[in-house]
Design a protein around this ligand. Structure first.
Ligand code: KG4
Ligand code: ZN
Length: 340
């Protein structure tokens, strides 16, 4: 088996993005994502519609990824796909497609855990940006996840903290909804937060043991504040939009920083690698960068296209599994609650 010229085609379909990437070893040649706009009308991802959209998108997305990479199907060494966690109906589209393709081309099939993918995205060769040194603390923050993971090697990872209810992206999006902003509201909170006073509305931070997170109480606190104040002044939200956004963001950023400080103290590891859509947030980015000077941490933030759900991260994880000859059987199935 030749180990220098590995071409992996990777498929990611765990939620509402249909994605395909083609990699040559650890270099991403193409990274195509079809984002499903349909969910915007519903204010959140509708699983049944997501599954149907994946079925429509998958063939053109795979086609485009191969063309962009200038790689033929016959050159491929293996097919990697997301086996979980995620929405069952969405995962099944990717799993079935990956199985058929590997069978038709007679090449290995590699199942990839989506959360491992987020963490190993840092090992995609992307210009001169160095990859994190082991061990590091990976923090994945998105619409579906909030998780701190001790990453000991490419294959040895341990979840040391996670949310016990909502993900941080939901806290952003649901707070935005309370303020009357469209879905997904996270980027809009970020935008208006730049114009407001982060101390205007002090929200209490949830008290959760250890390194776990909770965001559902925060979301309710925002709702109650808005309901209470709107009774007194019907224009409350309009008149205080920027201050509300700045205060919401300030609190969410502080929650993340608190837990990271605890995780560093507990593990002695000072290298942090962040991933997930919420890592686009400017408050989170500034806070993370500031820790390099304040505490001497080393922080890795990958290129935006590899932080949100993408197939490049599934491909790089598939690449490492390929090197280990860690292939899946054809009877493998998707697991919506797959553990890291
Ligand atoms: O990783 P992602 O694209 O999809 C998954 O949830 O898996 O993350 C989407 C989440 C949404 O909740 C969105 O509001 C949030 O990331 N997001 C942001 C920002 N950009 C995206 N939240 C806050 N500030 C941003 N700039
Ligand atoms: Zn994700």
């Amino acid at each position: 088996m030749e180990l220098e010229n590995i071409y992996i085609l990777a498929i990611e379909s765990s939620c509402d993005d249909t994605a395909c990437a083609v990699l040559h070893n650890n270099v991403v040649l193409s990274n195509v994502v079809a984002t499903q706009k349909i969910h915007e009308e519903y204010g959140g991802v509708v699983p049944e519609l997501a599954s149907r959209a994946h079925q429509q998108n998958i063939v053109p997305v795979v086609d485009r990824a191969l063309k962009k990479a200038n790689v033929t199907k016959e050159q491929l060494s293996a097919i990697a796909f997301t086996a979980g966690p995620g929405l069952m109906g969405s995962l099944l589209v990717g799993v079935s497609f990956a199985k058929s393709l590997s069978l038709a081309l007679n090449i290995p099939l590699i199942d990839v855990n989506h959360m491992r993918g987020h963490l190993l995205a840092h090992f995609i060769k992307d210009g001169e940006t160095p990859s994190p040194q082991f061990p590091f603390l990976g923090i994945t923050i998105s619409g579906g996840h909030t998780q701190i993971v001790k990453v000991i090697s490419h294959f040895n990872m341990e979840v040391i903290g996670e949310t016990i209810d909502d993900a941080i992206g939901e806290a952003f999006d649901k707070s935005a909804k309370t303020l009357g902003l469209p879905y997904p509201g996270g980027p809009l909170i970020d935008k208006y937060a730049q114009l407001g006073n982060p101390k205007a509305f002090p929200f209490t931070k949830p008290r959760v043991d250890g390194l776990n997170f909770s965001f559902s109480g925060f979301k309710t606190a925002v709702l109650y504040l808005v309901q209470r104040q709107t009774k007194l002044n019907p224009n409350f939200v309009a008149e205080n939009r920027n201050d509300l956004c700045a205060s919401i963001q300030h609190t969410l950023v502080a929650i993340i920083l608190d837990k990271l400080k605890k995780a560093v103290a507990q593990t002695g590891i000072q290298t942090i690698a962040v991933g997930g859509g919420v890592s686009a947030n400017s408050g989170i980015r500034e806070m993370l960068k500031s820790t390099e000077k304040r505490f001497g941490w080393t922080v890795h933030i990958p290129n935006f296209e590899y932080t949100t759900d993408n197939a490049g991260m599934i491909g790089i994880t598939g690449y490492y599994k390929y090197l280990n000859k860690d292939f899946s059987e054809l009877n493998i199935s998707a697991t919506s609650r797959a553990k890291i």
